[in-house]
Design a protein around this ligand. Structure first.
Ligand code: FCB
Length: 448
């Protein structure tokens, strides 16, 4: 057994997102979001479930903060629901919405937990979708206004701001294959959404800095591509470099523009946009669950990985284990990804999400013995340590998720929490993985 110790000051946290946990969907003036609409559309989510009640976190903030404090976390990554702040996306702030997050931030600080809000974790005010959504430039511009409102109120106490969560999902799942809200299947619109999300990030960074924000960044879900070289190069462009390059280098990758010409001429990129997008960021947020394996399959339509992937398919090699999502478990992908980001972009990183869905619930003893999740976390936290040893500047690790919650199109069928939630009673029960994680935090490391 080797003891792996993390650098001093390494931050340990847990993460959630507004629509996945808050509930209180119509309370205190919250407007409608695209996820309310999508969930109410037959056939879009598992058993038609929605986040209308979710973990009822809106009314249980104190209990949930106490839970985090008992685990000993340094930070909490949560998201702010744009429709609580601006119910139809524009105009003055809804005071009750702002107050909710203001109190949350105060309570976190009082509990010794550093707040790390995400401004956008997918709950777009429906009013914007009615006007065209992320494929339309106005959405990005108004996002900058929203960031200014929230920044002015909370920047004095926020440790790190994340502008967007996983714009890959917003663009490609929302407008490409339609698996996520708003459920559109228009490749050209998905690519316009990519650009407007990038632009929204840049505008929000400017607003937050002007409001006195300390650390500002974005959360991406770059996929570690494995398999055949050419397929890897194509998908790395469409899924990863299309975000990395404009944000960190101030340009779009030429091969991606070329590869997607049959969908769009990219004329939505206007003069000055790349300068706006290429704002200095402090630490890149990285979400990681599983790598993607790729190979050529001539004649195949575009793969699920994004527009421009004609003739490529994803596959999973033999011999791997799978989580309840059907995602292959391969922690080496996380090490490789962090080392690659360091090498190609030289930016410090933080793991803003990592975790696994397993269905394990309370046993006869009332405890939740989620050994598979413990093994997953152990392997992936060790993989982060490997990346640090290999030279990557990784600043923290945030487990997804604090508690079981509304897993988007999968509803409540998939459980990612280190704390179990009984949705009938809203009872929270820390799983064995929560106890394991709490010890990792206390020791600032683990054994392998
Ligand atoms: C990520 C999302 C997060 C959660 C996990 C499992 O893509 O950011 O909200 O659904 O996957």
């Amino acid at each position: 057994m080797t003891q792996l110790t993390f650098p001093q000051g390494f931050l340990w946290g847990t993460a959630t997102a507004s629509y996945q946990i808050e509930g209180a969907a119509t309370e205190d003036g919250r407007g409608q979001s695209i996820w309310d609409t999508f969930s109410a559309t037959p056939g879009k989510t598992w058993r038609g479930q929605s986040g209308a009640v979710a973990c009822d976190h809106y009314h249980r903030v104190d209990e949930d903060i106490a839970l985090m404090a008992s685990l000993g976390v340094d930070t909490y990554r949560f998201s702010i629901a744009w429709p609580r702040i601006q119910p139809d996306g524009t105009g003055p702030a809804n005071p009750k919405g702002l107050d909710f997050y203001d109190r949350l931030v105060d309570k976190l600080v009082a509990a010794g937990i550093k707040p790390m809000p995400t401004l956008y974790h997918w709950d777009l005010p429906q009013a914007f979708e009615d006007r065209g959504g992320w494929p339309v430039r106005e959405t990005a511009e108004r996002f900058g206004d929203y960031a200014a409102i929230v920044g002015a109120r909370l920047s004095d106490r926020v440790h790190t701001w994340w502008t967007l969560n996983e714009p890959w999902c917003s663009a490609y799942l929302g407008y490409g294959n339609g698996h996520h809200a708003p459920g559109r299947t228009e490749p050209a619109a998905a690519l316009a959404a990519v650009h407007h999300l990038n632009l929204a990030h840049g505008l929000a960074v400017q607003s937050l800095r002007a409001a006195g924000a300390e650390q500002v960044s974005i959360v991406l879900n770059p996929t570690q591509c494995r398999g055949e070289e050419e397929a890897v190069r194509v998908v790395d462009g469409i899924a990863n470099r299309v975000f990395f390059d404009p944000i960190l280098l101030g340009r779009y990758p030429a091969d991606v523009i070329e590869r997607t010409r049959h969908h769009t001429d990219w004329s939505f990129v206007q003069e000055g946009d790349l300068e706006t997008i290429n704002q200095p960021i402090d630490v890149l947020g990285v979400n990681y669950y599983s790598p993607t394996w790729l190979r050529a399959k001539p004649g195949e339509p575009e793969s699920d990985v994004g527009p421009g992937t004609i003739g490529i398919e994803t596959y999973t090699p033999e011999g791997l284990e799978f989580t309840d999502m059907g995602w292959a478990v391969d922690a080496t992908g996380l090490t490789d990804l962090l080392v690659r980001i360091q090498k190609d972009y030289g930016v410090p990183t933080m793991i803003t999400e990592n975790g696994a869905a397993y269905p394990t619930g309370p046993g006869e003893d009332g405890e939740v013995h989620d050994d598979e999740r413990v093994a997953y976390l152990r392997a992936h936290i060790a993989a982060v340590h490997d990346a640090i040893e290999a030279g990557a500047d990784v600043r923290g690790y945030t487990a997804w998720s604090l508690m079981d919650n509304f897993e988007w199109a999968f509803g409540y069928d998939k459980r990612f929490g280190i704390v179990h939630v009984d949705y009938a009673t809203q009872q929270r029960t820390p799983k064995d993985s929560a106890k394991f994680y709490s010890k990792v935090i206390a020791d600032n490391g683990l054994t392998r």
